[in-house]
Design a protein around this ligand. Structure first.
Ligand code: FE2
Ligand code: FE2
Length: 188
């Protein structure tokens, strides 16, 4: 079940104009990547639209949503909006009956960290978030091309960058990201 009209109304209500524009761009990128990699385009578009639905919430609200759904917090997640908005968004969608499809909810839940054994839809949404039209970091054109040519290669490329960047800043690396990179490196 997916309720796109109610999702759009909720996004307009909950997100800042720039976050809404980002979400629409991520949805477009996710659909394009899905078409390229043989993934359900409509599911990818929906997940892209929804992925940051809790991004403009307070940390307290993200925490409350997750507590209500019985979420088990890792130490590195507590008080960390960057990490909490992803699982909070997935739980928000489920609790508000906007979507109950496991693959879409997982694509939202793991869009900032990745995880070992990601589905194709999860990979598409993860990469779509990093190549959306408004992104302009130095490597974005390389990452865009790679995401269409070699989805796993693109994931490896960005995860290595994310992990070294977080390490350089003295920030905690989520274990899912480390496990995701190890998993990708172990693939034939
Ligand atoms: Fe996000
Ligand atoms: Fe995003």
């Amino acid at each position: 079940m997916r309720d796109e009209p109610r999702l759009l109304a909720s996004l307009h209500q909950r997100l800042s104009p720039s976050r809404l524009a980002h979400s629409l761009n991520v949805a477009d990128s996710a659909a394009a990547l899905a078409r390229c990699h043989g993934v359900d385009e409509l599911a990818a578009y929906f997940a892209g639209l929804a992925h940051d639905i809790c991004k403009c919430d307070s940390v307290d609200n993200m925490t409350r949503i997750l507590k209500n759904s019985g979420y088990t917090f890792l130490d590195c997640e507590c008080g960390n909006a960057k990490l909490l908005h992803a699982p909070a968004g997935a739980e928000f969608l489920r609790l508000e009956r906007l979507c109950n499809e496991a693959d879409i909810l997982n694509a939202m839940r793991y869009h900032t960290t990745g995880r070992a054994g990601m589905s194709l839809l999860e990979k598409v949404v993860f990469m779509a978030d990093l190549i959306s039209a408004e992104r302009d970091y130095p490597d974005v054109d390389i990452v865009r091309k790679l995401a269409f040519a070699d989805l796993d290669g693109a994931l490896r490329y960005v995860l290595r960058y994310i992990i070294s960047d977080l390490t350089g800043n003295g920030e905690t690396i989520h274990p899912n990201s480390v496990e995701c990179l190890e998993w990708l490196d172990s693939l034939p």
